[in-house]
Design a protein around this ligand. Structure first.
Ligand code: PRX
Length: 639
């Protein structure tokens, strides 16, 4: 399964194109299956319908835990570094993790969770988060992890969409020098969530929380009432493993569905190959440090499932890169002798801005591979990462993928693929990218750019959007017939290397967080006095993209304080979506540039937000071209 040379990569790629089923079947055979599959793949992108390893039965936790016990039961599976460096961390060996997952699974059963039930998880980055995720998988319950930065309203929307029966949370979370009241937010959400019968609460900050009789139970007390004996539920390869909500260009976030078999095979294969994780184990196994939150797909695939399926040691960090100071990542790298560091460009740019003091007083010599994910990495950040963190001896893998793809799609294989700054380079085996023009015509050859699509299924492709299959078809499979459309623009250079240039739809990527412009507009429009708004992204030095909101407000009184109103709007967005969606800039306008048919011309608003007002293009089709001059003048004041 492990590719070691570029020739091997090319051979594997060729094999995967000529005989995809044979290629993936060979890899899948390395896992533990209760029953073998009867047919490797059945698919059509029109419905869409994709099934891998049909008829195969398995449990992903047997592959992530049980099968490692004989050989590496005493090897660390999860190393946990708490927010406060003075607090003692936790190391869970595979045996300990297995034991705790089984106990937690029994707690879920005790609280009425059965195979197929949905469980919402809203927790800090503590071992119990990974344990809860795996406990769901153990008994065949479907987890829906919600990132701790989302509001009560966002949690409620997600719980209701999936009709979750149980919520797992904590009293509070530590993030840098802040304490965040998680349970309180869950309590607010649950006012509008009739499907929820039980809430399991972990003690973390021991902040006072309300515990409702009959509904809320303490995790610690529940754990005392169960044994560590919990046989894994037998799952079909195509049973749902989890739902993860993500933003699109329209409407509310959609629940991306991944299934047990294909997701397991794909995350394990990509983890081991892209990062060249050495699974020898032994006395000092390699340590993989992915800095993402488990609330996002990166955490699901490359903190929990991928590494554990490979028997790796994965580090889980509760805190933030800048607390107690901006050397925190480097403290962790030295403390645990991290081999692989996988982080986001936004974190790199943020740490870059502090200078080199905190980098230079660290050793960092344990590092072997550096990874980047979540957004395009700019040349300056790439070189800083290469020069100062990898000391020019660690390959950088710029990994392009999405919540919907389940795992890494286009990326160098560390030390095998020649890298090129800002390029995700080449597709992994099994991935068949194509570039198309607006009409869906394939753009062949090199030195071209277009919209990035994938023309053949890979094992971890999205299966559906939960509860609304038509939305899945519409969003990903209807733009270009017979193709999965990624929503990304892409360039293929003379060497055939791919570079992702960013979203071509109305999805923003703010600090690696995916946010729909429509969602932010809806939140702003909920604020009293707001008539209409339009949200666009603009280049931001640290966040990659910032959020720029143009807002039409009702006639304000003479003594109205615009700054105060802006702050109120921010509070509304925080309340409706969460702090991550707060606009960086708000500009009050009296009108928006609209076509005669009433469509907002975002192209113009984007240009103005970028400060590129000289090239607004054709504005003659606008209903009221005068509005553009007013917005331009106002934008100068904002800047
Ligand atoms: O625009 C691409 C960008 O992030 C989007 C997917 O976001 P999400 O589903 O939240 O998953 C992020 C983590 C996998 C993509 O459509 N993106 C992700 N990785 C890269 C990237 N853009 C450029 N380069 C990357 N390496």
């Amino acid at each position: 399964m492990l590719i070691r040379t570029f020739d091997q990569y090319q051979a594997a790629y060729q094999h995967s194109i000529e005989d995809p089923e044979g290629f993936w079947a060979e890899i899948a055979q390395e896992f533990v299956w209760r029953k073998p599959w009867k047919k490797t793949l059945q698919w059509n992108f029109d419905e869409p319908s994709v099934q891998w390893f049909i008829g195969g039965k398995l449990n992903i936790t047997e592959n992530c835990l049980d099968r490692h016990l004989a050989e590496r039961g005493d090897q660390p599976a999860i190393i946990w570094e708490p927010n406060d460096p003075h607090e003692t961390g936790v190391t869970l060996t595979y045996r300990m993790l297995h034991d705790q997952v089984c106990r937690m699974a029994n707690v879920l059963k005790r609280n009425g969770v059965a195979k197929g039930d949905r469980v919402c998880i809203y927790m800090p980055m503590v071992p119990e988060l990974a344990i809860s995720v795996l406990a769901c998988a153990r008994i065949g319950a479907v987890h829906s992890v919600v990132f701790g930065g989302f509001s009560a309203q966002s949690i409620a929307d997600r719980i209701n969409d999936a009709q979750c029966k149980v919520v797992i949370t904590a009293d509070g979370a530590y993030r840098g020098n802040k304490e965040i009241a998680l349970k309180e937010t869950v309590d607010d959400a649950l006012i509008a969530c009739p499907s929820v019968q039980k809430v399991i609460v972990l003690t973390r900050t021991r902040t006072p929380v309300s515990m409702i009789k009959g509904r809320d139970v303490w995790m610690e007390q529940e754990l005392k009432l169960v044994t560590a004996d919990c046989p894994a539920e037998e799952m079909d390869a195509e049973d749902i493993l989890f739902i993860l909500y993500t933003s699109g260009s329209t409407g509310k976030p959609k629940g991306v569905v991944h299934t047990c078999g294909g997701y397991m095979v794909y995350t394990a294969y990509t983890f081991q190959n892209v990062f060249q994780y050495d699974t020898a184990g032994g006395a000092s196994p390699q340590v993989h440090f992915c800095t993402a939150d488990i609330g996002w797909i990166t955490g699901h695939s490359y903190i929990v499932y991928g590494p554990l399926a490979c028997g790796a040691t994965t580090l889980l960090f509760e805190g933030i890169p800048t607390w107690p100071d901006n050397g925190r990542f480097w403290d962790i790298v030295d403390k645990y002798k991290i081999d692989i560091l996988y982080t986001a460009p936004t974190a790199i740019r943020s740490l870059m801005s502090f200078g080199l003091e905190k980098v230079e007083n660290h050793d960092l010599s344990s590092l072997k591979v550096l990874g980047s994910v979540g957004e395009p990495i700019n040349e300056e950040a790439w070189h800083w990462y290469d020069d100062h963190i990898g000391k020019n001896r660690c390959p950088i893998v710029d990994t392009w993928w999405q919540t919907e793809t389940g795992g890494i799609m286009i990326s160098p294989i560390a030390g095998v693929t020649k890298t090129k700054p800002t390029y995700a380079t080449l597709p992994l085996p099994g991935v068949q990218p194509i570039l198309v023009d607006e009409n869906g015509q394939e753009i062949e050859g090199n030195g071209v750019s277009g919209n990035l699509c994938i023309k053949f299924p890979w094992p971890a492709i999205i299966r559906t959007t939960y509860g609304d299959h038509e939305r899945c078809r519409q969003t990903y499979f209807s733009t270009y017939k017979g193709l999965y459309f990624t929503g990304d623009g892409c360039l293929r250079d003379e060497d055939g290397y791919y570079r992702i240039t960013g979203r071509v739809d109305d999805v923003l990527n703010v600090s690696g967080h995916r946010i729909g412009t429509a969602e932010v507009e809806n939140a702003i429009n909920m604020h009293t006095g707001v008539v209409e708004s339009a949200v666009v992204g603009y280049p931001h030095d640290i966040k990659g993209q910032g959020i720029y909101a143009y807002v039409i407000a009702e006639q304000m009184p003479e003594d109205h304080d615009a700054e105060l109103t802006k702050r109120d709007i921010l509070a509304t967005v925080s309340r409706v979506i969460g702090p991550i969606a707060k606009p960086d800039k708000i500009q009050f306008v009296t009108g928006l540039p609209k076509t005669r048919s009433g469509k907002i011309m975002r192209r113009i608003l984007r240009k103005i937000a970028e400060g590129d007002t000289a090239n607004l293009g054709d504005t003659t089709t606008l209903l009221d071209p005068g509005v553009v001059d007013e917005i331009k003048a106002g934008a100068l004041v904002e800047a």
